[in-house]
Every structure is written in structure tokens, then in C-alpha cells.
Design a protein around this ligand. Structure first.
Ligand code: ATP
Length: 600
């Protein structure tokens, strides 16, 4: 037995219900009648658990309950049907299952004969009301609340609905609100009269406890997700708008990241190609103490006050215009394409570009075995040392150089000038981890300074690119924030146009967290679709740039590659931003006034 005790309800300054005391049996057909505005719908909303803002107590079999739908199966039939227009008839009827993970046998499908597959929007009023009634009957309810369910029906449909309700009232409590006194008198077991928010008569019910029928539990893991998909399918325009803005913002931010990422690597690679690999430069009075070791296979000293002037065929004396200026003595090489490898300190190997210049009009092969002079200037003295060209490597350097044995220059300079020449600078080639080698060198030679060649240049370049990237990132962030703002607004409009459907779902047992879940799934779907579209667009852009645009703009092999890690982080970040932008929509749902929305 259900007892309402001292129920009071106010709308601002106006009182809608005053000290309402009522009892209802476990089953039967109870009608509530009264003039318009006397508070009938307000009372049904309180019994149906969609209005919690009241004073008073609701008791079930002598025990106070917070809301009846929490303990009993309560369904509602509204005057304006309140079907969810983007769900099928059957899905509308089974709506209760989506929020309760239940499964009931189908009830009286005869009522749907002839229009089962017709979309809700194409049903006649009578057909809509029949679907609404089947929806209320389907979960074998303990209580059915009917707010003028027959108001817009013809006589035949009225009889059909009333007979169905009467039949179910043998096992459940039917609370029926209507202005149709004839129907009320014909079908009711008991009638309550209301006036100005007060009950004007009393009723004594038999003490009959409510019987709970067993329900078949049916786990439908995607019920809420399916509702989100169907809602997005219905509000396609808003869904596409959200996906469009998101994809646009994502493509722009990911393109910025991809370009700057690829540019950084291209620049660093270029710097790397200009610098000798795995080399450490050193400086100190005792520089010559550094010798070859297992992890330092080569050491090369630069002699102080020495200037390398170049290579000349002329051995008598230095003539500037007959001497090919050499930027560098590059140390040893084991790459030789013509001739042979260096076998003594008096032999050198030429890279192809230098050989080409020295050979003049002749073929470069003819240089092999020829004698040349390396001219050095020490303080004010210029002297040449004779060397033989052992071989030519096909390497093309951007500067002129020659290769010789690592310590050959020291030997030559000592013999040319004096034994006292000093070396305070040099480079060494290491094997293995540079940090470990540096640590060992610093420990072994504490008075000598060591630097990884090119490290500073790379650091400076990295810092410059960081600054450029930061500025680009700020622009991209502005783009993404404004897009998220737009998405938030569209999402809000989507929720606003969807608000009645949420209210119907609440009337059929949806809890707020299930509505939040629906919105959350909608956001996931938008982000996933936006993400997939933008990643594909990005891939397309990058392919076009790599295959068509870049080969025409650059001769070098500059290649753009997509940093997938960065793309994933961007997607995750954008997902969080979209969630934040949808906060207003979540708030709208949390403040949803179900009774109010259903009344509209
Ligand atoms: N959301 C609301 N805000 C302010 N007042 C309201 C609201 N809903 C209902 N009321 C008022 O509360 C009173 C009771 O309304 P209610 O809808 O319960 O009456 P009713 O008996 O169902 O009327 P009807 O038979 O015309 O549907 C009325 O005076 C109405 O104006």
C-alpha cells in the first residue's frame, strides 16, 4: 500500500499542493479528478519521482521511501505521448530496458498491428498514444501514472486504451487523471477529488503489500552508447558541424607539429652531415698527451701558429696563384675509389672535388702517383713538404681537403720548422657512448677541456626551433581553443534540442549519470570521427607535400614524416579540451527539470 502524507508543493510564491494525504492500494484503478490547475499533474510528477522538490512523506507498506521508482517499477503515460522521435516504435516501447538492464516479454503486440515498422514521426495521434501505452505497459509496472492519456483519441482508440489499462489494473496500480468524467466513472475502482491543491475526499485501502514480479535481467552493454549514436544520427547537422570544426582545428595543429618536427630533424641532420661524426675537440697545454685507446681509435692535433696554405705541384717555392687553397686536412680515410689506401706518412688521398680542381683538364686518374707539395706557414716562414697522391675517393665535399695519416702533419711540421712546435688543440674520434667517453676523458686528463663537436651548434639550433615552435604552437592553440569553444556551443545547442528526449528518458528511469554517459559517448564519437578525418587529411597533405610540392621546391631530400606520438598526444589533449568545452552541456543536464520540460 502507498501512502502520501502531508505533501506540500510550492512554485515560487504559489502553492500547488497543500497537505495532501492519500492512500493507494497495491493494485486497482484509481482516478484523480478536479478542475484545471488544481494540482493533478504536479501530484503525478511527485508519485512518478520526476519531481523531488516537495515537502512531506511517501510511504510504501509502512516504510518511508525517497522516491517510488527507486523501489517499484513506475511508468507514465502522458497526454502528449512524449515518444522519442528518432527511436523506432519498438525501441520506444523497450526504453525502460536501456536504463535498467532488464528484458520483459512483449506485451499485447496486437495494439501495434499495421504500424510496427512505421517511423514515429509518421504515426497518427492514436497510433502514437498506443505506442506510448505499450511503452508504459511493457516493463510489467507496479504503478502506471496516466495523465489524460485519452484526451486526443477517438472513441474506438479510447476504448482500446481504457480496456488495456483496466486489464493491467488487476495486477498493478493504475493512477488515472482525466477530465472525462464518463470514462472515470466507468473504469475507476476509486476516485479522488481535488480542488485548489487539496484532496476533498478520503479513501481507505486494504492493507495489501506490493508483490514484486521477478524480472529477467538482460545485460545490454551498449544500450546507452546506442542511444548516443541514434541521437547524433538524428541531429546530423550539429554532429557534422562539431566534426568539421574539430577536424579543422586538429589538422591545423597537427600540421604545425608535423612540419616543425620534420624541419627540426632536417636541420639537425644537415648540421650532422656538415660535422664529423663522433668527434670530441680538446684544448689544453698537454693536448699531445692524449693518445689512441680502445674507445679512441684516432687522435688528430692541430699545430699552434700553423696555417695550411694549400697544395701545389710546384716544389721550389710557394706561389699563391699556383696553389689550391685547402680548408682542411681531414685526417685518415679508408674510402678510396682509385689508387690505394695511405701506406706511409708521405702519402695523401684526395676527395673527388679537390682532385678535379688539381687535375685541370686531365682525368683525375692521372693524379695517382704524382708528387705534390703541402705548403704550411709557421710564424713568418712558408715551407712545403712533398707528398705522393696514393688515391682518390669519390666523395664530393663542399670544401677542398686531403686525407693523410693522423699524426703525419706533426711529423712534417717538425721536420720543416723545428722540434719545438706546440699543439694545444685537436680532435679525437671516439667509439661508444659520448657521455661515458667524455667522463673518462675528463677524469684521465683533468687539465684539458673537451667538447663534443657540434653539440653547441645543435643546442643553439634546437633552442631557436623551440622558440619558433612555441610561437606556432600558440597560434595553433588559439585555433584549437576557438574551435573547442564553437564545439562547446554546438554541443549545448544539441543538448538543448535534445532536452525533451532526456526528460522522457528520466521519466522512464534514466538516472543523471546515464544522461552524462550519453553526452560523454557523444563527445567520444565526435572526437573519434574528427580525429579519424583529421589524421586522414593530414596523411593526404603530407603525401602531397612529399610527392609533389617538396621535390619541386628543394633539391635536397627534405622529407616530412608524421610524428605519431605527437599526434596521439594532440588527440588526447583535444579530447580533454572538448570535455571542458562541454561543461555547460553537462551542467544543463544536471539542472534538467524533468517535470517542467515534460509539461511544455
Ligand atoms: N512549472 C511551474 N511553475 C509555476 N507554476 C506552475 C508550474 N507548473 C504548474 N504550476 C501551477 O501549479 C498549479 C497546478 O498545476 P498542475 O499542472 O498540477 O494542474 P492540473 O490539475 O494538472 O491542471 P490541468 O488539468 O490543466 O493539467 C497550477 O496553478 C499551475 O499554474
Amino acid at each position: 500500500m502507498i501512502t502520501l502524507s502531508n505533501i506540500n508543493k510550492r512554485y515560487l510564491s504559489q502553492s500547488a499542493l497543500t497537505d495532501v494525504n492519500m492512500t493507494f492500494p497495491a493494485h486497482g484503478f484509481v482516478s484523480i479528478v478536479g478542475p484545471s490547475g488544481c494540482g493533478k499533474s504536479t501530484l503525478l510528477n511527485i508519485i512518478g519521482g520526476i519531481d523531488h522538490d516537495y515537502q512531506g512523506k511517501i510511504m510504501l507498506d509502512g516504510k518511508e521511501v525517497k522516491s517510488l521508482p527507486g523501489v517499484l517499477r513506475v511508468t507514465m503515460i502522458f497526454q502528449s505521448y512524449h515518444l522519442i522521435h528518432y527511436l523506432s516504435n519498438l525501441h520506444n516501447i523497450h526504453l525502460y530496458d536501456d536504463f535498467h538492464k532488464t528484458k520483459f516479454p512483449d506485451y499485447n503486440n496486437k495494439m501495434m498491428e499495421g504500424f510496427q515498422k512505421v517511423p514515429v514521426t509518421k504515426l497518427s495521434l492514436g497510433q502514437r498514444q498506443r505506442v506510448a501505452i505499450l511503452r508504459a505497459l511493457y516493463p510489467e509496472p507496479d504503478i502506471i501514472l496516466c495523465d489524460e492519456p485519452t484526451a486526443s483519441l477517438d472513441a474506438q482508440n479510447k476504448a482500446l486504451v481504457m480496456n488495456a489499462l483496466k486489464e493491467i489494473s488487476h495486477n498493478a496500480l493504475v493512477i488515472f487523471v482525466s477530465h472525462d468524467r464518463h470514462l472515470v466513472d466507468e473504469y475507476s475502482d476509486y476516485i479522488y477529488h481535488m480542488e485548489d491543491g487539496e484532496i476533498t475526499n478520503t479513501m481507505t485501502c486494504h492493507q495489501q503489500p506490493h508483490q514484486h514480479h521477478p524480472i529477467k535481467r538482460h545485460f545490454h552493454p551498449f544500450a546507452i552508447f546506442r542511444l548516443s549514436v541514434l541521437a547524433l544520427k538524428c541531429y546530423k547537422k550539429r554532429f557534422f558541424q562539431m566534426c568539421f570544426y574539430l577536424s579543422l582545428a586538429l589538422v591545423s595543429i597537427m600540421l604545425v607539429f608535423t612540419l616543425s618536427f620534420s624541419l627540426r630533424y632536417a636541420i639537425l641532420d644537415y648540421i650532422d652531415s656538415m660535422l664529423p661524426k663522433s668527434t670530441i675537440s680538446f684544448k689544453g697545454a698537454k693536448a699531445t698527451k692524449i693518445t689512441k685507446q680502445h674507445n679512441i681509435p684516432r687522435v688528430f692535433y692541430y699545430v699552434d701558429d700553423i696555417e695550411l696554405l694549400g697544395l701545389s705541384e710546384n716544389g721550389e717555392h710557394y706561389l699563391k696563384n699556383e696553389t689550391l687553397f685547402i680548408n682542411d686536412e681531414t685526417g685518415y680515410t679508408n674510402k678510396v675509389n682509385y689508387g690505394h689506401l695511405i701506406s706511409s706518412d708521405d702519402e695523401i688521398i684526395l676527395p673527388y672535388n679537390t682532385a678535379r680542381k688539381l687535375a685541370g683538364n686531365d682525368s683525375v686518374h692521372q693524379l695517382i702517383g704524382k708528387h705534390f707539395y703541402i705548403y704550411y706557414k709557421y710564424r713568418n716562414l712558408v715551407k712545403g713538404v712533398e707528398v705522393k697522391i696514393a688515391g682518390i675517393s669519390m666523395e664530393r665535399l663542399s670544401y677542398d681537403a686531403f686525407y693523410q695519416n693522423d699524426q703525419a702533419n706533426i711529423k712534417h711540421l717538425k721536420s720543416l720548422f723545428s722540434d719545438n712546435i706546440k699543439c694545444t688543440l685537436g680532435i679525437l674520434y671516439y667509439k661508444g657512448n659520448h657521455k661515458k667517453v667524455m667522463k673518462e676523458l675528463k677524469k684521465q686528463y683533468p687539465s684539458i677541456q673537451f667538447k663534443i663537436v657540434g653539440e653547441k651548434t645543435k643546442q643553439n639550433m634546437n633552442k631557436t626551433i623551440d622558440k619558433i615552435e612555441f610561437i606556432l604552437f600558440l597560434f595553433a592553440l588559439i585555433a584549437i581553443l576557438s574551435s573547442c569553444f564553437m564545439i562547446g556551443e554546438i554541443m549545448y545547442l544539441f543538448v538543448e534540442s535534445h532536452v525533451k528526449d532526456y526528460a522522457i528518458e528520466c521519466a522512464y528511469g534514466a538516472r543523471r549519470f546515464q544522461l552524462f554517459k550519453q553526452l560523454f559517448y557523444s563527445i567520444i564519437i565526435v572526437v573519434v570521427v574528427g580525429g579519424v578525418v583529421s589524421v586522414n587529411l593530414l596523411y593526404g597533405f603530407v603525401t602531397i607535400l612529399n610527392k609533389i610540392v617538396l621535390p619541386k621546391l628543394f633539391t635536397s631530400s627534405f622529407y616530412i614524416s608524421i610524428p605519431f606520438m605527437l599526434v596521439s598526444v594532440t588527440l588526447a589533449g583535444v579530447f580533454i579540451l572538448v570535455i571542458i568545452s562541454a561543461l555547460a552541456s553537462f551542467l544543463r543536464i544536471s539542472h534538467l527539470n524533468v517535470a517542467d520540460v515534460l509539461k511544455r
